[in-house]
Design a protein around this ligand. Structure first.
Ligand code: URA
Length: 209
């Protein structure tokens, strides 16, 4: 899949293993999701445009690189996207923030929308959509449809763990959206959970269940 980048950095892989461990407690889980997201954000933004601007140091003035081009918008799919949003936001503090509320109907595994709020100038921004688990792919697919309806023209999706089935579904609908994943796991189980995965990311991050 040409639009897929698996971030195989050793720190990302190590931290993913901490998340996968059943015994990792809630507070630590949230902390590590944030840490992995900072590292993933670093890779996701590797090709951002720079421009030379005059900068005065204590010694002299010279042309120094600063980010230019499209402004950023981070969009979290609630509620599990929150930890990733926290991490990416610490790296990109001037990004605008959007939220999409979608939950999976447990019977049909289809996404139901209950909230949508994004910046009004989203068409001018590079959107980084975050959701820890790309399982069936239905939620991310629906979220990107809504972002495109709202005018977003340049979108990247960041997930911690993806299932091959979800990647295929997502790519069929949105071949223009690059996906960045910490891992592509084996498969989905009969309940739509990723195997080996890390369980329910929202429950593990917030200590619900
Ligand atoms: N959502 C999760 O939180 N975990 C999975 O394994 C699949 C969907």
């Amino acid at each position: 899949m040409p639009t897929l980048t698996v971030i195989d950095h050793p720190l990302v892989q190590h931290k993913l293993t901490i998340l996968r461990r059943r015994e990792t407690p809630t507070g630590r889980f949230h902390e590590v999701v944030r840490e992995v997201s900072v590292l993933m954000g670093y890779e996701l933004t590797r090709d951002l445009a720079l421009e030379e601007r005059p900068v005065t140091t204590p010694l002299t003035t010279f042309e120094a690189p600063l980010l230019s081009g499209k402004k950023l918008c981070l969009v979290s799919i609630m509620r599990a996207g929150q930890g990733m949003l926290d991490g990416m936001r610490s790296l990109l503090p001037s990004a605008r923030i959007g939220h999409i509320g979608l939950y999976r109907d447990q019977e049909t595994l289809t996404p139901i929308e209950y909230f949508f709020k994004v910046p009004s100038d989203i068409e001018e921004r590079l959107v980084i959509l975050v959701d820890p688990m790309l399982a069936t792919g239905h939620t991310a697919t629906a979220a990107v449809h809504r972002l495109k309806e709202a005018g977003a023209a340049s979108i990247r999706l960041a997930v911690l763990v993806a299932a091959p089935e979800g990647l295929r579904t997502f790519h069929e609908s949105h071949p223009d959206v690059a996906v960045y994943a910490g891992s592509v796991d084996e498969r989905l189980d009969e309940h739509g959970y990723i195997l080996p995965g890390l369980g329910d990311a929202g429950d593990r991050m917030f200590g619900t269940r």
